[in-house]
Design a protein. Structure first.
Length: 504
């Protein structure tokens, strides 16, 4: 499998080099099984991005601690080769604890609902179908106490706030709270000593505005704006108050009550997760934040990400025709699922590296804004893609040993694509298509319930777009999956024509 970098070993340290001009489609989101410390040794113009954070320009000497199973990526290629050192960290961080707890039903990084088929084996595929069935029933008016939906907000950076259980003091934090020695900020000085620029300014505002809200435990949210981010703009002849923390532009009609509330605020934030425990390491996470207990301030616009379905008392949002269409797709998914050999799905579940490569190939279509049309062709294209990557990797190797290692790796990897597995992969992609079809009907309905209009900013002006997506939550297991229109939002993330908030 070709990779966009070359690894070498210098003593006990792994050295990784990315060459300038690397194909940016190879710089994919990924996660590692161990926590790692990355140090930038050489390189100019490169950027790095952690999940739910804006990209950060890399500077020689930068050190980044990446908790295991936390999604991240090199965001863009630079003007000179990037050289980094990678050190595996044996520590058990707060994030590690949360991830391990997730095995027993606690909060963790969410996958797209259709990708549960790739990563979750037989159980994951079944859970994806059942989750959509629960959403269908809920949106048709059958309220379930165990199912809820929250909206994903395209904010940045992720902000944590609350009381440090070790001393009772208020703090704000970035994801450094997940370090072995949690990095939390208990004063403006703490913020300025550890951060700089716009990030420091935003965290100082967050500290000052949130410290008197009476936050118990620890809550996490996405920062949407500070005062200087608010703008008055005209879109399609209508005047709006807008803010753009990331890819999406949020727009509120000028003169509306919500616009008046937002323009009075120094800080805007959307909360989505609560952490409880006697220490950072012992904390467990749960979806949702009860903001009714927080003090109300005109200088803070805050909301929880929930759409409130648990309190709708059976109010229907799906028509009978919509419900029947979702049911038809789920019935189709169920029939396909019954035909797929469990061995193929379980083999992928037990080989996350291989599963990640399948997702990477699928994402090549997402970036082109295409769906899988012929599943048989997609499987053949997938195998050809693997073969091409293997040949490119083989060509890079100079020594006979290096070439032999790649050849053996290729041989072992290609064993997965047996005649039986090819047949099952074909049906697996049919299953994923049926799940996506049902998902898109549900997303279309949910998107009509959002409070704030969303646009993307292009070089030719504004375009209407949907929200970032939604999160389906099962309170029985505290598990969750993402519902995102990937051909819209995910494509916007990669399009050079879309102007991101940090690019302005």
């Amino acid at each position: 499998m070709s990779k966009p970098y070359i690894d070498t070993q210098e003593g006990n340290t792994n050295i990784r080099i990315f060459e300038t001009g690397v194909d940016t489609t190879e710089l994919v989101w990924h996660r590692d099984r161990e926590s790692r410390r990355v140090t930038v040794l050489e390189g100019e113009g490169w950027s790095f991005q952690m999940d739910n954070n804006i990209p950060k320009k890399l500077v020689v000497g930068d050190t980044i601690d990446i908790p295991k199973m936390e999604y991240h990526r090199i965001y863009e290629s630079g003007s000179t080769n990037l050289k980094i050192s990678i050190e595996k960290l044996p520590m058990k961080s707060f994030k590690d604890y949360i991830f391990e707890a997730s095995r027993a039903g606690k909060n963790t990084h969410m996958t797209h609902i259709e990708d549960r088929v790739i990563y979750g084996g037989v159980k994951g595929a079944r859970e994806a179908i059942l989750a959509l069935r629960s959403l269908r029933d809920m949106l048709a008016g059958k309220v379930s106490s165990s199912t809820d939906v929250t909206e994903k907000w395209d904010g940045a950076p992720a902000v944590f706030a609350g009381t440090d259980p070790s001393d009772g003091k208020f703090f704000v934090a970035k994801k450094g709270i997940f370090n072995k020695d949690p990095k939390v900020y208990k004063s403006e000085t703490d913020v300025r000593n550890d951060t700089s620029g716009d990030l420091a300014d935003k965290l100082v505002v967050a500290f000052n505005e949130l410290k008197n809200l009476g936050i118990k435990d620890v809550i996490q949210g996405d920062l949407m704006f500070t005062k200087g981010d608010l703008e008055s703009e005209t879109i399609d002849g209508e005047k709006y108050i807008t803010f753009q923390p990331n890819t999406l532009v949020y727009a509120v009609p000028s003169g509306s009550d919500l616009a008046k509330t937002i323009t009075k605020a120094n800080l805007g934030i959307v909360w989505h997760t609560t952490y409880k425990g006697d220490s950072f390491e012992s904390m467990t996470a749960s979806y949702g934040v009860d903001i009714s207990s927080l003090k109300k301030k005109s200088s803070v616009w805050q909301k929880d990400a929930g759409l409130g379905f648990k309190n709708l008392s059976g109010t229907a949002t799906l028509t009978k025709a919509d419900t029947d269409e979702v049911t038809a797709q789920l019935s189709k998914a169920g029939k396909i699922f019954q035909k797929i050999k469990s061995t193929t799905l379980n083999e992928l579940e037990n080989n996350p590296e291989l599963a990640t490569k399948l997702e990477t190939f699928n994402n090549t279509l997402v970036r082109k804004r295409e769906r899988i049309k012929s599943t048989a062709k997609h499987v053949n294209d997938l195998i050809a893609w693997f073969d091409k990557k293997h040949k490119a990797e083989y060509k890079k190797r100079k020594s006979d040993k290096g070439k032999l290692d790649i050849a053996l790796k290729n041989e072992n990897e290609m064993k997965f694509f047996s005649k039986e597995n090819r047949k099952n992969l074909d049906m697996m992609y049919q299953l994923m298509n049926a799940i996506i079809d049902a998902k898109l009907i549900i997303i279309n309905k949910l998107d009509k319930l959002k409070e704030i209009d969303t646009f993307i900013r292009t070089k030719k002006g504004f375009k209407v777009t949907g929200s970032e997506g939604f999160v389906a939550i099962d309170y029985n297991t505290n598990g969750a999956v993402k519902l995102v229109d990937r051909l819209e939002f995910s494509t916007n993330n990669f399009s050079p024509d879309v102007i991101k908030g940090w690019e302005r």
